[in-house]
Design a protein around this ligand. Structure first.
Ligand code: NAI
Ligand code: MHF
Length: 317
């Protein structure tokens, strides 16, 4: 079922969902299941599975370092299919511009359609770790909006090159990213909102936000988006702080601000197990307030570890 239909069906009640990353290749999928199992009691209508960028690896060969480019965490669509059938839940693969040609994206979407996957999250993707700025793949898209347009073309039976007979069109429901504290590359929040409007006009059905730690940022963003003419659901993304290092890492990686009270509470912790408790308590407060405001879904960036998400969900849902 489409995410937008799950939201309609919920009739104003806030839904619970979360996001996982594929294991490193060579690892067992059981570890992933062990992290999903404890969260299923909260009945997520959908689970997102991210797609990781390719990266450089260096292999020692006859005393020299050979540089290869490889995806360390492939398998997004396969994992989506496995989870969908194991738990009877909708899964949302993240489809990236970065690292994919338009043709590869088309084949991936064809796979999704065969597998009964009805939702995709259309993202540009980050720059590769050695790059300062994002670069499109050869024959790939530069912006998420162009990916949305390709998916909508496919929904109308328009494939990239082939003149073919189509009697079974896809009808993907499309999510895109939104930034309450603006995307790093956007010159202003207002310009970033215009870009978001373009993605929605291109055919995006819903928005999932970047993580934020001050709900006011989300509420202001939703109001500004409405003023810009964006009327699709805007799902808040929540990430519980788990280690002291997150105080430096999260602002640097995700370009977000942390509230003073949260910084102080984390700094006062004696160890990371205390930090985890502070992170959980903060996320519970955030989630309760957002639920009270009837947000459509609370979407948690669990990224593998589920114990803290379980704790939060048991207090909120
Ligand atoms: N759930 C997830 O996995 C999420 C991932 N992200 C990541 O955030 C990054 C950005 O992705 P998206 O938001 O999908 O990309 P996007 O293509 O929508 O926007 C990327 C940047 O380009 C700008 N932009 C858009 N159209 C433009 C145009 N025509 N001319 C000039 N600038 C333009 C935007 O303002 C923004 O700064 C990616 O790294 C993505 O993977 C962000 C949030 C959620
Ligand atoms: N720019 C960007 N890229 C993404 O891939 C991305 C976003 N934003 N925002 C939404 C989701 C959330 N994602 C993530 C990814 C990693 C962690 C995380 O906590 N990672 C490390 C710290 C980061 C690091 O060391 O690079 C951790 O400690 O678990 C959280 C959310 C992926 N998504």
């Amino acid at each position: 079922m489409k995410i937008t239909d799950h939201i309609k069906k919920a009739n104003g009640n806030t839904l619970f969902s979360f996001e996982i990353i594929p294991p490193k290749k060579g690892r067992n999928i059981e570890e992933l299941y062990n992290n999903i199992n404890p969260l299923m009691e909260f009945k997520p209508p959908f689970i997102d599975v991210t797609t990781s960028r390719e990266e450089y690896v260096y292999i020692k060969k006859e005393g020299l370092l050979d540089r290869k480019i490889t995806r360390m965490r492939p398998g997004t669509v396969g994992i989506c299919a496995a989870i969908k059938h194991k738990y009877d839940v909708d899964t949302v693969p993240h489809v990236l511009c970065g690292g994919f040609s338009k043709e590869e994206t088309e084949y991936l979407l064809v796979d999704c359609h065969y597998l009964g996957i009805e939702n995709v999250m259309a993202l540009r993707g980050d720059a590769m770790s050695h790059q300062k700025y994002f670069e499109a793949a050869k024959g790939g898209h530069q912006y998420a909006k162009d990916l949305v347009l390709q998916i909508q073309d496919l929904n109308r039976g328009q494939y990239l090159h082939d003149v073919i007979e189509v009697d079974d069109t896809s009808d993907f429901c499309i999510g895109v990213a939104g930034y309450p504290e603006k995307h790093i590359e956007a010159p202003s929040l207002q310009t970033d909102l215009k870009r978001l409007k373009e993605k929605v006009d291109a055919g995006a059905d819903y928005v999932v936000t970047q993580m934020f730690f001050d709900n006011k940022k989300y509420f202001d963003f939703v109001a500004a988006a409405k003023a810009e003419g964006i009327h699709v659901p805007i799902i808040p993304g929540i990430k519980p702080i788990a280690i002291k290092r997150h105080l430096q890492v999260l602002p640097q990686v995700f370009k977000i601000d942390l509230p003073e009270a949260l910084i102080k509470a984390v700094e006062d912790c004696k160890n990371n197990s205390e930090v985890r408790q502070v992170g959980v308590a903060w996320a519970i407060e955030q989630s309760k307030e957002l639920k009270k405001a009837s947000v459509p879904v609370l979407h948690y960036y669990s990224m593998g570890k589920s114990d803290n998400i379980k704790h939060i969900a048991s207090e909120v849902f």
